[in-house]
Write a protein that binds this ligand. Structure first.
Ligand SMILES: [Zn+2]
Length: 285
């Protein structure tokens, strides 16, 4: 679930709160989410936060390590991770804990993950290794606030819903906001990127900037520290299948995949066509 707007507001809230803050110790309990071993996580002990940044859906924490100088901690929450800055430390029995960064006065920066799958990850890197880290090195341009022209960016024979969520093509969009952006742009999720007219490409780019900006504005008003476990969801269509389209009141349709749903308005986006439900068509085979 965390996409660009969620990670952007997390970075905006954490940056002023953490800058200059001393790290007492760092723990990675339970299933190990830490994907690097050199430098060791313990290099952060007694270090000091110098900044918090975001690239795509990845958070970057800059730390001045007592032993090793500048280091960067990368955190990717994937679909079920959460990050909070809390006044109390986690119980060691809390099985959702993935990373606990202990701060003075009993406070704690905590990465938790809900659900059965473990996917959230953490990497500790030296500054010279940050740009070449796999997920950052392959990242496309940021989807917000000023992505490049979409006619070139999305020029591929792949469905728009797929292209928009491909981090190598454009960084920061996931399932939720892809649905909202395509609905706002009046475009079918299955239209192919290389079938976009120049006008459509321009409308889609504008819709991307506007939708991500709209969501971020809601978060600016509603999301405060310690940061919520559940974010407000200012959606108009995503996962709202069966309800009326907020624009034309046609019933919204959903295409169900194994672990998510893609929602669209047949009237606004697919010329009245109801697209095949993948789940249902597989069952009927
Ligand atoms: Zn509609």
């Amino acid at each position: 679930m965390p996409e660009l707007p969620e990670m952007e507001i997390v970075a905006r809230r954490l940056a002023p709160a953490l800058s200059g803050e001393k790290i007492e110790s760092v723990l990675a309990p339970g299933i190990n989410a830490v994907k690097t071993f050199d430098p060791p996580l313990q290099a952060l002990d007694q270090g000091q936060f110098t900044g918090v940044r975001r690239r795509g859906k990845v958070l970057l924490f800059d730390v001045e390590s007592a032993a090793l100088g500048p280091l960067t901690l990368l955190v990717h929450l994937m679909s079920a991770g959460r990050m909070q800055l809390l006044d109390k430390r986690a119980s060691m029995r809390d099985r959702t804990s993935r990373l606990l960064i202990r701060l003075p006065e009993g406070r704690e920066l905590r990465v938790r993950e809900f659900g059965t799958r473990q996917a959230a990850w953490v990497k500790l890197l030296r500054p010279e290794d940050v740009e070449s880290e796999d997920s950052l090195a392959t990242l496309g341009p940021e989807a917000w606030p000023d992505p490049p022209e979409f006619s070139t960016l999305l020029d591929a024979p792949r469905p728009l819903h797929n292209l928009l969520r491909d981090q190598r093509v454009i960084a920061g969009i996931g399932r939720t906001w892809a649905d909202e952006i395509l609905h706002a742009a009046l475009l079918s999720p299955f239209k192919r990127g290389n079938d976009l007219s120049p006008e459509e490409a321009s409308v889609l780019r504008d819709a991307t900037i506007a939708e991500l900006g709209r969501v971020l504005q809601v978060y600016e008003e509603k999301v405060q520290l310690p940061l919520p476990e559940k974010f407000p969801k200012p959606v108009r269509v995503h996962a709202e299948q069966g309800k009326p389209c907020p624009r034309c009141e046609t019933v919204l349709e959903g295409v169900f995949y194994e672990d998510y749903v893609m929602t669209y308005c047949p009237e606004c986006q697919t010329e009245g066509k109801v697209l095949k439900d993948r789940r249902l068509s597989r069952l009927l085979k």
